[in-house]
Design a protein around this ligand. Structure first.
Ligand SMILES: Cc1cc2nc3c(=O)[nH]c(=O)nc-3n(C[C@H](O)[C@H](O)[C@H](O)COP(=O)(O)O)c2cc1C
Length: 329
């Protein structure tokens, strides 16, 4: 099997090699569009449960929604059954996903108890059968996102990555923690080097990368080909573009401040209400508004007011003051 050694997967360019991580409940279409508007190599959808996707369980297909202008979106699918994984892959590819990413890293008990996500690290043969089913089902590149292993006694990511490569996976992202670490401790970027040494396909380092300093250190210790940033982009959708600029010389993002930041946040808020409808949109938006206000060091009383306001109109009226100490126009 021919292996790719640059960040071009079957004609999909992943430049600059700085990606938005999938974050369930967070990297929805409005947030991915916002991050992409500043600049990102590619963005990854929230995990989509394969069987639920195919069977159109309420709310599941929205997670894979692409928008018409999203060229660089990977849709991430999760599951434990080769049939449903292949069907879901076909469906999202037909909908225009540029890349399909397989989730083999989610540590949540409700996912691992279903033998999906990182539970697959304990059953590599089964994991490989899912990978083969997805690769064979679609023409778009298929990538894999996983962790270092299940626990410290089972650090099998290098072996799985090598087998995945032979099965046709074109890129692997490694979160530098084990499943049993969940999100505790620090990501071990040096351990990702063992995966890099085991494969020829591009390897992306992930975990605790929040800025150019951490990105540079992760790349140095892992030897990886690129970085993936998740929580570091919360409240800072320009973070990837800034890292890409400082590491790869792409155009510097104009980081909004003052009135421009207020406008960006209000537009993101309205996009969430449009996408989800007002009731669900307000709930999803609270997380983002909280992060924006953390970053802007909003006064605690104003923060509370924004997060407890009873109507979207009130939220939009309060944001300027909370973010930039401005009076609403
Ligand atoms: C709230 C939350 C949701 C996540 N959802 C997913 C997911 O759907 N699929 C996945 O592969 N990883 C998921 N992750 C893991 C992230 O993609 C990433 O690997 C992890 O957060 C480490 O990167 P970071 O330190 O840059 O956030 C999630 C993490 C968090 C905190």
């Amino acid at each position: 099997m021919a292996h790719v050694s640059s960040l071009v997967l079957s004609a999909v360019s992943l430049q600059p090699p700085v990606a938005l991580a999938p974050l369930a409940g967070i990297t929805d279409l409005p947030f991915r569009q916002l991050v992409a508007s500043f600049g990102a190599g590619w963005v990854v959808s929230e995990m989509v449960a394969s069987q639920e996707m195919v069977q159109a369980k309420p709310g599941v297909r929205e997670r894979a929604e692409l928008g018409y202008d999203q060229a660089g979106t990977a849709v991430q699918i999760a599951g434990r059954d080769a049939y449903w994984m292949a069907e879901a892959a076909r469906m999202v590819a037909d909908n225009g996903a540029a890349i399909i990413d397989i989730n083999m890293g989610c540590p949540a008990k409700k996912v691992t108890n279903g033998y999906s996500g990182s539970a697959l690290l304990r059953n590599p043969d089964h994991a490989l059968s899912l990978i083969a089913a997805v690769v064979n089902a679609v023409d778009v590149p298929v990538t894999l996102k996983t962790r270092l292993g299940w626990d410290d006694a089972c650090l099998n990511a290098p072996d799985i990555a090598a087998r995945a490569q032979d099965a046709g996976i074109q890129l692997v992202t490694i979160h530098g923690r084990t499943r049993c670490q969940f999100y505790k401790g620090a990501a071990d970027w040096a351990a990702i080097a063992q995966v890099k040494n085991a494969v020829d396909i591009p390897v992306i380092a992930n975990g605790d990368i929040v800025d150019t300093t951490t990105a540079r250190m992760a790349l140095k210790l892992s030897g990886a080909d690129g970085v993936m940033i998740g929580r570091g982009a919360q409240g800072r959708p320009w973070a990837l573009a800034q890292v890409a600029h400082e590491l790869h010389g792409t155009v510097a993002p104009v980081i909004p401040q003052g009135a421009a930041l207020v406008r960006m946040i209000c537009t993101h808020y309205e996009a969430m209400l449009d996408f989800y409808g007002v009731e669900l949109g307000r709930k999803v938006a609270r997380k983002h508004l909280g992060w924006y206000m953390d970053d802007a060091q909003s006064a605690p009383a104003l923060r509370r007011e924004v997060l407890t306001a009873s109507t979207p109109q009130d939220v939009l009226r309060l944001i300027p003051d909370a973010i930039a100490g401005q009076v609403a126009a």
